[in-house]
Design a binder for this molecule. Sequence first.
Ligand code: NAD
Length: 243
Amino acid sequence: MDFTNKTVVVTGSGRGIGKEIAAQFVRLKANVIISDLDQGAIDETVSQLGSKTFGIKANVTSSDDLGALYEKTLEKFGSLDVLVNNAGITRDTLLVRMDEKDWDMVLDINLKGAFLATKLAAKIMMKQRRGRIINISSIVGLTGNAGQANYSASKAGLIGLTKSAAKELASRGVTVNAIAPGYIQTEMTEKLSDEAKASFLSNIPLKRAGLPSDVAAAVMFLASDEASYITGQVLAVDGGLTM
Ligand code: NAD
């Protein structure tokens, strides 16, 4: 795979899975916009990944920030070829204890953020008559999970958004797919209790936690020319957990 002269925006790429997605795109010669809420993480990532990256701070819940992000992307590199909607958070607790504020925050960042980023990117990609949008959902958007009503609703919503956008944008040469990672080792899952980690591991047929690089490899494929006939799909990267 070769992404020479292609420009990629990865939201939430200051750390974790997003950072690894950015790193794999850089290795495959893309120009990559490192975008995150956290300026310190952006600066560190840009200094580690080198001159093919450019950092832009943007909160995915702000259409003003996202508008400025795409404006700078086009100014710097001249096109927008791939958008990866990766930014996401958890605020886990049982449904009966869940505050409205934690519901709203998770839905705002994980789902509305992807809607806003997709809407603005779609306008650019439709004019170019090409583009790739890849949404990082989760297996809990397929299966549900106790303690994650807000998070799993946001990730299920992202799958609905993926399929609707895929249908609307297909005639303009833009594909939209989702990846549903399982249990991946990052700061997000570091917070899980030892009991929850052990329970995940015992149920994974491949008997290991996933790595950010496992998810990033699937993103590279869906963004590549080889995946041009695939749209509206959800690819689980979960060691077989949901088969
Ligand atoms: P992480 O917490 O390590 O990284 C998330 C990044 O998103 C952070 O850099 C954070 O600053 C950024 N971010 C948060 N809110 C933002 C906002 N409003 N605007 C812009 N950036 C924002 O998480 P991760 O484990 O790397 O997860 C990345 C994605 O993968 C998330 O969407 C997550 O839901 C999904 N996912 C993770 C797992 C897992 O096991 N780690 C499993 C399934 C899905």
